[in-house]
Ligand binder design. Sequence first.
Ligand SMILES: *Cc1c(COP(=O)(O)O)cnc(C)c1O
Length: 417
Amino acid sequence: MKYRSTRGTADNAVGIVEAICAGLAPDGGLFVPVEWPAVQAGAGDYPSVATSVLAPFLDPAGVSASDVVAEAFDFPIELRPLENNVEMLELFHGPSAAFKDFGARFLASVMSRVVEDGERPITILVATSGDTGGAVASAFWRKPNTEVIVLFPKAGVSDRQRHQLTCWDTNVLSVEVEGVFDDCQRMVKAAFADEWWQSNVRLSSANSINIGRLLPQVTYYAWASLDYQKRHGQPAGFIIPSGNVGNALACVWAKHLGFPIREVVLAANANTPLTNWIESGAYEPKTTVATLANAMDVGAPSNMERLLDLYPTAPDFISATSVDDDEIKRCIATAFERWDVAICPHTACAVSAYLERGGDHWVLVSTAHPSKFESVVEPVIGQTVPLPPALAESLKRPTSCHSASSLEEIAELKANS
Ligand SMILES: *Cc1c(COP(=O)(O)O)cnc(C)c1O
């Protein structure tokens, strides 16, 4: 398999290892497959479906898809029945209790396998406003031939998030930055253009535009769509909480590969670039609005470039919704009363889109465990939400953290680590 840039042609296509290690294409575009493989997979257990999906995409990396699947996806995935012909796809049973564990752990497993022992390790430099950094740090922790530097803003992460960003050691360096998320982001960009970093560090990135975060997400749509169809005799439509549209794009790619997916609903919070695209036919970035579903506070979804590459105009099978914070709270309450499940604010956006549409054969995607957003969820449902075991365990580990206010200080920390 070869991957080209959304802004280039097949002439400059690269293999999967190069695409994953580079993150972004040299022309600033995003990597997409040059051609789509014929994936042969029938309904079965998750690891076997995931292996069938990933094998052609990984070829010829020289890493075994089944080894990567066994290492990266070593936690449960559930389709929970909610009511007649409506189910919830729970993607939050990994170590950081959000679906980003699938992408981060796949990336860590592949990267640690493609660097030879004795070679310079790959260094992942990641800026985070909360969730991504925790998933990435946890995924790369103690993985051979890799290291991670996590930059997070001193003001702007919750106590629990801060703990998840700093409870690591050995190959993970946690750095608290004087400033806001944009300052962290700026430092990451500056490092990629900086001579010291370029000549002393084998830099790579793990943000959601990396094709290595997207491909693993295709696997759970392949598995869930086959499993649903086998049990119900009908294909399901998938409703997906969406911000940067990486998760939903993976579902669109699964449909494109031929998996039985009737339609795809992009369920957004009060940010409207997606609903606007569907309604007006033209995509336009918007100013970001802060909401209770903060992992989806995105005004300019980076994966739109990949979606538009495949579908320059929105196809009939994609629709979108946008809801405000009041509706998010209402849907958290409704899900609890009607189905006896506590859901996170992101998942609530998917519940709202379902309630609006009604009808049969839906899979609502649940992206995070509700305990990660306890300050929103608990007052609405009037009870506490217990932490899942993996999260509880990480919150017991000791923390260590450096602080820095410039890229030079971070280079010094790195040189001395
Ligand atoms: C990242 C995230 C999302 C949004 O996913 P995208 O791929 O950016 O659309 C939704 N919910 C949670 C909990 C997330 O962490």
